[in-house]
Ligand binder design. Structure first.
Ligand code: HEC
Ligand code: HEC
Length: 308
């Protein structure tokens, strides 16, 4: 109800709801003379079928009148107790959002014992606990697989979580931070500062860092460009910086593609890549199990583990 921008709709709804009940009561009241009649006094409507079948205007039975009034009273009581009249919150203060919240709290309370075992357990022990891994994988399939893939191996722009290559660091604390708070990878665009031909020289140099085929003549000016523009984040040797989420460019692991065209594109247009924070959807205990699961995947080479 608080979505209304003016109080008009609140009054409008209240008027329709209350007006409807008043109209129902008035309708009954306006028929009181007829309702008082007994069956013996009933009028003949004058309609006759099959020669002797006459239609009488009998008043409705008493129980029907009583039920009708009770229903009107019920409606009034309901509107008094529960939110139904515009912005009026109801005497009981009930709200379906509160109900959902309390059900969620009750559920969290029910599953708390399952997670309790792990609150004090070190991450490496959780990572090798079969039950914790099963829970971790289920949580991953529910909350993470849509982006990182059901085998956690990622895809274009979504990092592979099973390898030892990390944008933001692979220690448990860093992984936990990535999951709970999310990450915002930001590579600035260089269009205007770096010309397209300079960018492709730099791209050749970047490819050479991973041992990919590169034009030796262009690698030399490319390195000059890299040393000027890129080392601040990717480091003098191109090994990246987890504090900035700047990837290691020497390990032949590519988030956004290794072709000259895709590297030039990133240099000129930059890249913004967001991992949404999960702490609002998951409890700290769930994040802890996920951290251990992801950490365990990357430590054990991943694939076999992930498909289990
Ligand atoms: C909406 C898509 C999306 C979802 C859902 C998502 N992630 Fe991510 N995640 C990303 C992206 C994109 C990045 C890379 C951010 C960047 O480029 O800096 C990322 C990065 C990460 C990282 C850091 C990787 C590194 O190399 O440092 C971890 C760990 C991670 N995600 C785990 C998870 C887990 C666990 C879940 C489920 C609870 C999850 N993610 C859900 C998109 C997602
Ligand atoms: C301000 C810091 C910063 C600077 C300066 C910077 N980068 Fe980046 N770069 C990043 C970040 C952060 C990412 C990761 C973006 C993401 O999360 O997807 C990135 C990603 C990349 C990638 C994609 C890697 C992959 O795995 O696909 C390439 C290639 C790259 N940068 C090259 C360069 C080059 C070449 C320069 C110099 C012209 C440069 N960067 C300058 C921060 C920087």
């Amino acid at each position: 109800m608080s979505d209304f921008v003016s109080s008009f709709w609140s009054y409008f709804i209240s008027a329709i709801a209350l007006g409807g009940i008043v109209w129902c009561v008035w309708l009954l009241f306006s028929q009181r003379a007829w309702l008082k009649k007994t069956v013996a006094q009933a009028e003949d409507t004058g309609h006759v079928w099959d020669g002797d079948l006459t239609e009488l205007n009998n008043p409705v039975p008493r129980w029907w009148t009583v039920m009708y009034l009770l229903l009107c009273a019920f409606a009034l009581a309901y509107l008094w107790l529960y939110p139904g009249l515009g912005t009026y919150k109801g005497w009981l203060g009930f709200s379906s959002a509160d109900q959902v919240r309390s059900e969620q709290a009750a559920l969290a309370e029910r599953i708390r014992p399952v997670y309790e075992r792990y609150t004090q357990m070190p991450i490496d022990q959780i990572a090798s606990d079969a039950e914790a891994r099963a829970i971790g994988q289920r949580l991953f399939l529910n909350s993470c697989a849509q982006c990182h893939g059901s085998d956690a191996r990622g895809g274009p722009s979504f990092p592979n979580l099973t390898d030892a290559d990390w944008l933001h660091g692979g220690e448990p604390e860093q992984i936990e931070q990535s999951i709970a708070k999310g990450r915002h990878g930001l590579m600035p665009p260089w269009k205007g500062t770096i010309s397209p031909s300079e960018a492709s020289d730099i791209a050749q140099y970047v490819r050479s860092l991973s041992g990919l085929a590169a034009d030796a003549l262009r690698v030399v000016p490319g390195k000059r460009g890299f040393d000027t523009y890129c080392v601040a984040c990717h480091g003098a040797e191109g090994k990246g910086n987890p504090m900035l989420g700047a990837p290691n460019l020497t390990d032949n692991v590519w988030l956004h593609g290794s072709s000259e065209a895709s590297i030039v594109n990133i240099i000129l247009n930059g890249k913004e890549n967001v991992m949404p924070a999960q702490e609002r959807n998951l409890t700290p205990e769930q994040i802890r199990l996920l951290t251990a699961w992801v950490w365990g995947l990357s430590r054990q080479g991943g694939a076999a583990q992930a498909s289990r």
